[in-house]
Design a protein. Structure first.
Length: 457
């Protein structure tokens, strides 16, 4: 016996989404046995978007019964029945949450007519209820109302049962199949092909657009956890997911790096963290009309050959202050003080008077060049070696001037001695603050275990 169900809700998502209307049809596969339909007082306001879609407003449900008053009826009506709905996880979770508020653990076997339709009626452009009704010539009245959608789903279920030549329904009812757990638009074969290795995965919608990027030590296990999560964001993500792609990385560190790069490149709808692009600032030098060498900083995209790269003006200022103190440079010519005739540091004997024309320009410039050279000699370029995707390779992460520059995978027997040797193996990537933080935290954590190969310039 089947209990075909549709609910309309307040539209606030997650556990706060309350029922405003419910329709239940009890069916034995060929004949209607019983039915029930009512508006429900959700005990909270209905969102404007939902009112526009369904036509159900606060006034209509004001005198309707609360769910607590119809819970026993719903529980008895659906007892020992298979819970059927179009995108079943949505309706099922909403009803289960209503029972949960009453202290009742509501559990039923489930069937999703979206997933069934994708297998029994393959090749359609869309599997929304409206589109299926048009393609299968199913009459539907009062679209986006519980009674109208339920009546249409009943006819759809009958057609699915009639055209099920391969035992698809029985397969979906098998608890080990995971069919009910997976998103309605996602083919089971796509999920089964996911590896249980470290890497990055991409959720795509039915138009092929990436809507979420994630990383995992075990891709398959992590992906499945999204589908068990009942938070509003995860439910919405699952509802839109039609395809999953993945990229193995071999290590968790490289998965973190690739995830960060891809989020900032694709700007996925459901990724909240790391969406903000780090602007980056580059320290550079230039010579003015008097022949004095200045040190300054600007947005990285405006600096062709930066002496040093930072991700905030505060870091740039701190760096300039260190150089002034170490090499007796003038704050006026290091962008620390602007719109001044003479620097204030002169009184503290840190500046030797270049801003007052009391120092020979060549002597001052010589100290600036020493500062630049000192900065470069302190920096080292190296490869961070990580586990590869297979036993026959290793992952390499290129660090230049203390910043991530790119990564690649190299055969174990490949010898690398200079940066030039890396060109065929390393894929250069844009850097950002998060990646530098990941690498630093990782190296601090596993100082004695991490393998580093120094590279001469």
């Amino acid at each position: 016996m089947y209990a075909i169900i549709d609910v309309e809700t307040t539209g606030f998502g997650g556990e706060n989404n309350r029922i405003t209307e419910i329709a239940v049809v009890i069916h034995n596969g060929t004949t209607l046995v019983d039915e029930y339909h009512t508006l429900v007082n959700p005990e909270m306001p209905i969102s404007r978007n939902v009112i526009g879609l369904t036509g159900i407003d606060d006034g209509m449900v004001h005198d309707a019964p609360k769910f607590s008053e119809i819970a026993e009826k719903i529980e008895q009506l659906t007892a020992n029945k298979i819970f059927v709905a179009h995108n079943v996880n949505f309706d099922y979770n909403v009803i289960r949450n209503e029972f949960k508020r009453l202290g009742i653990d509501y559990k039923r076997k489930r069937l999703c007519t979206v997933r069934l339709s994708r297998q029994i009626f393959p090749g359609l452009r869309s599997y929304s209820l409206g589109n299926l009704c048009r393609n299968l010539e199913i009459p539907i009245q009062q679209r986006h109302r519980a009674k109208g959608d339920t009546d249409a789903t009943v006819i759809l279920l009958q057609k699915l049962l009639k055209n099920d030549q391969d035992g698809t329904v029985a397969q979906h009812l098998n608890q080990r199949s995971r069919e009910v757990t997976l998103p309605p638009l996602l083919p089971k074969t796509i999920f089964e092909e996911l590896p249980e290795t470290s890497g990055v995965y991409y959720f795509l919608n039915d138009t092929g657009k990436i809507i979420y990027v994630g990383k995992a030590v075990n891709i398959k296990k992590r992906v499945l956890s999204h589908f068990y999560d009942k938070k509003a964001k995860e439910l919405a993500l699952s509802k839109e997911t039609a395809h999953i792609e993945f990229e193995e990385t071999g290590s968790e560190l490289l998965a973190l790096i690739v995830e960060s790069v891809k989020i900032k490149h694709h700007f996925p709808k459901y990724n909240r963290a790391q969406k903000r692009r780090s602007k980056g600032y580059g320290v550079f030098s230039y010579t003015d009309r008097k022949g004095i060498i200045h040190l300054a900083y600007n947005h990285l995209k405006l600096v062709k050959q930066p002496i040093k790269v930072f991700y905030s003006t505060r870091e740039c200022v701190a760096f300039m202050e260190q150089l002034c103190e170490a090499y007796n440079l003038c704050p006026k010519y290091t962008q620390l003080q602007s719109n001044v005739k003479h620097c204030s540091h002169y009184k503290l004997n840190e500046c030797k008077g270049i801003c007052r024309e009391e120092e020979v320009i060549d002597e001052y410039n010589n100290r600036v060049q020493q500062a630049i050279a000192g900065t470069k000699t302190k920096s080292t370029d190296f490869l961070l070696i990580e586990k590869g995707r297979t036993p026959k390779e290793k992952a390499v992460i290129l660090i230049e001037d203390e910043h991530y520059r790119g990564h690649g995978f190299i055969p174990n027997d490949q010898c690398l001695t200079t940066i030039n040797d890396l060109e065929a193996w390393i894929e250069l990537q844009p850097n950002n603050r998060e990646i530098d933080h990941f690498i630093k935290a990782y190296m601090d954590k596993v100082t004695n275990k991490v393998e580093i190969v120094q590279l001469p310039s």
